[in-house]
Ligand binder design. Structure first.
Ligand code: SF4
Length: 229
């Protein structure tokens, strides 16, 4: 049937362009190991990666190990991470995560989705970030606000719920692309496909994009596609 083949071709072309535009994409949260990445990811909720990267070096100097964080005073820790927002909840999650990892996983961040989901503060998105970026394990696709928005704009999902979007992406993308794809889309969301007024005229995916809120007129798009290459 022609339709699925055409969709497959379009998805492959999107991946090709993403690989060309954002080669070797990396997680923007600075970390030296899985524990540091877990901490940074918990702190990144409702906060920019840039802000988290300003806070974590001092935090890891003060609490160098899982055991140090497990023994932290919650009020003091909350002040240490205050600038990342929601600091009381995050401090509670960090101490809970450290204690769970110390007591149930011999001080090592677990390597499976099921185990990680038992760690306080680690929902599916956090677990996917840690497994993918720290261990290279493709357990799913990270769906943050950038991936949510851009997967919809590119017509890769019609869903709004992150769990359903992840399922759609896991069905659509080959498993070996799951980790890189979310990093690339996050970079694209920061550089061009921003939430308001995406910079479609500069976007290498523009001819493949079905977004209703594209800022390039269809007329311009079709003129471009008629240009000799
Ligand atoms: S064409 Fe515009 S809306 Fe579509 S992916 Fe590119 S920047 Fe985003």
């Amino acid at each position: 049937m022609a339709k699925p083949a055409a969709r497959g071709d379009r998805v492959r072309e999107i991946q090709r362009i993403l690989d060309e535009t954002y080669p070797n994409p990396k997680c923007a949260l600075e970390h030296r190991n899985a524990w540091q990445l877990l901490v940074a990811t918990i702190l990144s909720a409702q906060c920019t990666d840039k802000r988290v990267n300003l806070v974590t070096p001092g935090l890891f100097r003060k609490y160098p190990s899982v055991a140090d964080m497990a023994a932290a005073n919650q009020d003091e820790l909350a002040q240490d991470i205050r600038s990342t927002g929601f600091f009381n909840n995050k401090a509670k999650s960090l101490i809970g995560a450290a204690r769970t990892i110390r007591d149930n996983f011999r001080g090592k961040v677990p390597r499976t989705m099921d185990e990680l989901l038992n760690v306080p503060g680690a929902a599916r998105k956090t677990a996917n970030v840690v497994l993918g970026a720290a261990y290279g394990i493709a357990s799913g696709v990270v769906v943050d606000t950038h991936v949510q928005r851009i997967a919809q704009r590119l017509g890769l999902t019609k869903n709004k719920d992150p769990k359903r979007i992840e399922q759609d992406l896991m069905k659509t993308l080959p498993e070996e692309k799951w980790i890189a794809f979310s990093h690339q889309i996050i970079l694209h969301g920061r550089a061009l496909c921003v939430a308001r007024k995406p910079k479609c005229a500069e976007c290498p995916l523009e001819r493949l994009c079905k977004a209703k809120d594209k800022t390039v007129h269809n007329e311009l798009s079709s003129r471009r596609s008629r240009r000799p290459v």
